[in-house]
Design a binder for this molecule. Structure first.
Ligand SMILES: [Zn+2]
Ligand SMILES: [Zn+2]
Length: 275
């Protein structure tokens, strides 16, 4: 199992690996730059090299980078789309240098333009991004709860984007237990949902998984994370997901409302579930 949490890399990649190790993790997620946008800090080759020694020694799974929330490939404003496109390209270059294979981006909000127009814009831009994507890295579209005009809440929409991008091998999906709940997928029957995922997106396209409980019930279209066992999912559902052999092949990332000590407790709890 590859299990970790969303942590800060403000003190560098090596410090982040150490923090992940301290909490008992063997992967983690980090923001590529300030989540509200802005410029990215310079990469330090020595720091990256030292981090990779630790990652190899401790048999870490693939790392996950998360793009800032300000990106929107389906924005009504052309300048926002242009900024998102340019910065995602830059983030992909950065994660390649960092040796982190996955970049998670929110699919986008259509802002009243409608689903079809939104998806058309996203497909155009993703195709442009994929034309210059570095080898060995993956762009992952995050499945969303469907708040407001959020796109990518249904497997059908995600599948449509993947297909219209020519099933590019470096384009994949990141699922989220809280977002799936919000979007109307009842994870109490995970076997059925997994089958649905496989029939639409394809399980092999799922390269990362956010593990969060949900403050709101199935179909609420709300995206509010809860600590594991303190939301509408509950520990039994979490257990079924994390102990699934297919899920154990991909990084499972906690984004629950916790500090690093809280993450350590949840990591210990999840590890115990499948032992
Ligand atoms: Zn996200
Ligand atoms: Zn969320």
């Amino acid at each position: 199992m590859f299990l970790g949490a969303h942590i800060s890399i403000a003190k560098g990649l090596t410090a982040a690996v150490k923090a992940a190790l301290e909490m008992g993790g063997n992967t983690f997620q980090f923001f590529t730059r300030n989540p509200r946008g802005g410029s990215a800090r310079a990469l330090i080759p020595k720091d990256i090299a030292a981090a990779h020694v630790l990652l190899a020694e401790n048999r870490f799974g693939p790392l996950v980078a998360h793009a800032p929330y300000t990106y929107n490939l389906s924005s009504v404003k052309p300048e926002v789309r242009e900024f998102s496109l340019r910065t995602i390209k830059d983030d992909l270059m950065r994660i390649e240098k960092m040796g982190a294979p996955n970049l998670v981006v929110h699919v986008g909000t259509h802002g009243g333009q409608g689903v079809d127009t939104g998806i058309r814009l996203i497909v155009e831009e993703i195709n442009e991004i994929l034309a210059t994507i570095p080898a060995g890295v993956y762009l992952l579209l995050e499945q969303m709860a469907g708040e407001g005009t959020e796109l990518g809440n249904t497997f059908e929409q995600l599948n449509r984007i993947l297909r219209e991008c020519g099933d590019h091998p470096q384009l994949g999906v990141c699922l989220d237990t809280c977002h799936m709940t919000g979007a109307g997928y009842d994870l109490k029957d995970f076997a059925k949902i997994k089958e649905e995922i496989d029939k639409s997106i394809g399980l092999s396209s799922v390269r990362a998984f956010h593990l969060n409980d949900s403050m709101f019930p199935v179909g609420s279209r709300r995206d509010r994370h809860a600590k594991l066992g303190e939301g509408h999912l509950g520990l039994e559902v979490i257990k079924e997901i994390v102990c699934d052999p297919d899920m154990q092949k991909i990084p499972l990332i906690l984004e629950t409302p916790n500090d690093n000590e809280g993450y350590a407790r949840e990591i210990a709890l999840v590890k115990k579930m499948c032992s």
